[in-house]
Design a protein around this ligand. Structure first.
Ligand code: SF4
Length: 194
């Protein structure tokens, strides 16, 4: 029956009942529609191969295993490591995109320092930056350490805060918490809770 043919409610129900009772294709054919089978076709690409190095995704503490393919001293592909008991070869969207983290013209590869009050960044070695951070933490702690509040011993500094990261695993969290508490830091937070 052509689709343009007027159709009553009764005959419509009869036709659709016929379609439901028969095969879908036969039912659709009743309306003059004859769909061809459609197959999802994912283009298969040859995986890029180089020397494989097992690695760990840097993005979060799930710690999915990765395989980094290296050729001519460059990472040419990163994919999930099927031998990892954590992710068994899979990666989430962030982990899948970590190739772009390595090969990115905007990636910072040098330490950068901006002095207090300055609007200029300058290159600085990472070791030197770490020394600077440590020195300032010590100075700030000594200057602002509070031993007692209202006669109660508190031994804390309110001039420092420590912000954890989703990249930090359990053992690192334990050590960071120990160090922060030892320094008297009370503002100890995690990025995922902000
Ligand atoms: S970001 Fe994704 S791929 Fe990377 S460790 Fe976390 S869950 Fe795994």
């Amino acid at each position: 029956m052509p689709l343009s043919t007027p159709i009553s409610r009764r005959s419509f129900l009869k036709l659709t009942g016929t379609a439901a009772a028969g095969t879908t294709a036969a039912g659709l054919a009743t309306f003059g529609v004859a769909p061809q089978p459609a197959y999802a076709a994912v283009p298969q690409k040859e995986p890029k191969r180089g020397q494989e190095f097992p690695s760990v995704c840097p993005y979060c503490a799930v710690g999915c295993g990765q395989l980094a393919m290296v050729s001519d001293d460059r990472i040419i592909n990163i994919e999930g490591n099927p031998d990892s008991p954590i992710n068994q070869g899979t990666l989430c969207s962030k982990g899948s995109a970590s190739f772009q983290l390595v090969n990115n013209e905007r990636r910072m590869t040098k330490g950068m320092y901006r002095a207090p009050g300055s609007d200029q960044w300058q290159e600085m070695g990472v070791e030197e930056i770490l020394d600077k951070v440590a020195q300032r933490m010590v100075e700030s702690r000594e200057k602002n350490f509070v031993e007692q509040v209202d006669g109660v011993t508190v031994n804390r500094t309110e001039s420092l805060a420590w912000l954890g990261s989703a990249c930090v695993d359990n053992e690192e969290c334990y050590l960071i918490a120990k160090l922060a508490r030892t320094l008297g830091i009370v503002y100890l937070e995690h990025q995922a809770r902000i």
